[in-house]
Design a protein around this ligand. Structure first.
Ligand SMILES: Cc1cc2nc3c(=O)[nH]c(=O)nc-3n(C[C@H](O)[C@H](O)[C@H](O)COP(=O)(O)OP(=O)(O)OC[C@H]3O[C@@H](n4cnc5c(N)ncnc54)[C@H](O)[C@@H]3O)c2cc1C
Length: 377
């Protein structure tokens, strides 16, 4: 078997790994990327057309600089490729004033100096009549938010990395990562790579590739809907921007309106099933009762003009960490990791890729990363 040499190997070229490959190649690092599937494939966590993009991130105020870095990097990439990776059409965080989306967005905006606008219940109801609101519902409008494109972004990260000199091995499964004193060896059935450092971005498989991490993959299908009135403009993206809405029982809905190239996307937050799955044994069938009934009931109850039967459903996975934050950083001298996306990682992937490149090359990170440090566990 051939043994290749590189400065850095990136294992897993999904959202985080493709971005790390690009940002390392942009620094002139001799980098090899290895991915077990094709680039931009539908078997991990980074497929299904779009993801929500937010700046005032309710999950942690420290995420705002990472989202901003993603916009900066994607904008510069767009200038070179002519493709669009993020559309900042704004988004609504809806719920009671003390709900996580509303209070979390306010906290993040205040901490990071992001401009947001509070909408009272009456303003929300008159501007967005699609919502069947509870009496206490208000909203925070995040004008820098919107949607980002999933598979094209992953492909563009990898293509740009290759232009900058990275070598990529798709359809190549990493079977072992041996960290030794002078180097690290990444094993596959066809090649071995000896490098100074390895960056492991295995998504739902990260816990298998790097044992001992407190990660729990969750089966989380993606769903698309249509309005009952097919000619209605009410659920177009321009009229029905990205949103996250928490109900009094702690569950909630998130999604965005349709456009030329995608349907109305709506998902359910807070469902307790399908946690702790083995990604190699993922049930990829869609079960009408188990997968659809609860979401359909929530859609019918909260967006009465949407047809509650989804018109498209595909399987996907989220990988939860115990505190809902990512694990991004150094595990030891030769091993850097990124994962534990907890369902909100895509919007940050370019910014995380930049952090991974900075951590690997021992530059000072552009923002505080202590809240995502893997050594916190
Ligand atoms: C239903 C759903 C909705 C979501 N909504 C949003 C949203 O609105 N906004 C948002 O920001 N985020 C959202 N997310 C989260 C976001 O999609 C993830 O944070 C992101 O895609 C995770 O990227 P990743 O690089 O960790 O994983 P992946 O993209 O899955 O990449 C991991 C890669 O590692 C590869 N790999 C694994 N094992 C090996 C091996 N042995 N050898 C080689 N390669 C290997 C895999 O094939 C895969 O390509 C959502 C996720 C889901 C499932």
């Amino acid at each position: 078997m051939e043994t290749l040499r590189a400065d850095v190997v990136v294992v897993g070229l999904g959202a985080f790994g493709s971005a790390a490959l690009w940002r390392l190649a942009a620094r002139g690092v001799n980098v090899i990327g290895i991915e077990r599937q094709g680039i931009g494939h539908p078997f991990g966590s980074s497929h299904g057309t779009t993801r929500l993009f937010r700046v005032a991130c309710m999950e942690h105020p420290g995420l705002t600089p990472i989202a901003r870095k993603s916009v900066e990097l994607w904008t510069s990439l767009s200038e070179r490729t002519g493709e669009v990776y993020v559309r900042q059409t704004g988004s609504l965080n809806v719920g009671a004033p003390d709900s996580h989306p509303v209070s979390g967005a306010r906290r993040a905006a205040a901490a990071a100096g992001a401009s947001t606008t509070d909408l009272s219940h009456d303003e929300l109801a008159s501007r967005f009549p699609q919502y069947d609101l509870a009496a206490e519902d208000v909203a925070v409008w995040d004008p820098g938010a919107g949607i980002c494109y999933a598979e094209p972004t992953v492909r563009a990260h990898v293509a740009e990395a290759q232009k900058l000199g990275a070598t990529v091995y798709p359809h190549t499964m990493v079977t072992g990562i041996d960290v030794e004193s002078g180097h690290v060896t990444v094993q596959t059935p066809t090649i071995a790579v000896q490098a100074e450092q390895v960056v492991v971005c295995g998504g739902a498989w990260l816990g298998k590739l790097v044992p001992g991490l407190p990660l729990s993959p969750r089966r989380t299908p993606l769903f698309w809907f249509q309005p009952k009135d097919a000619g209605s403009e009410a659920f177009r993206l321009a009229n029905f921007p990205a949103f996250i809405w928490e109900f009094p029982d702690g569950r909630g809905l998130w999604g965005h309106g349709s456009d030329e190239d995608f349907l109305v996307k709506v998902g359910l937050d807070g469902a307790q099933r399908d946690r702790g799955v083995d990604p190699d044994e993922l049930d990829r069938y869609i079960h009408p009762r188990k997968d659809i009934a609860e979401l359909s009931a929530a859609v019918a109850g909260h967006f009465p003009e949407l047809d509650p039967e989804p018109v498209k459903v595909i399987p996907c996975m989220v990988t939860d960490s115990p505190d809902g934050q990512f694990l991004v950083g150094r595990r030891d001298e030769r091993l850097v990791i990124a994962g534990g996306d907890s369902g909100h990682g895509f919007k940050h992937c370019a910014g995380v890729g930049e952090l991974l490149a900075q951590i690997t090359t021992k530059e000072t990170p552009y923002t505080d990363v202590s809240f995502v440090d893997p050594l916190r566990y």
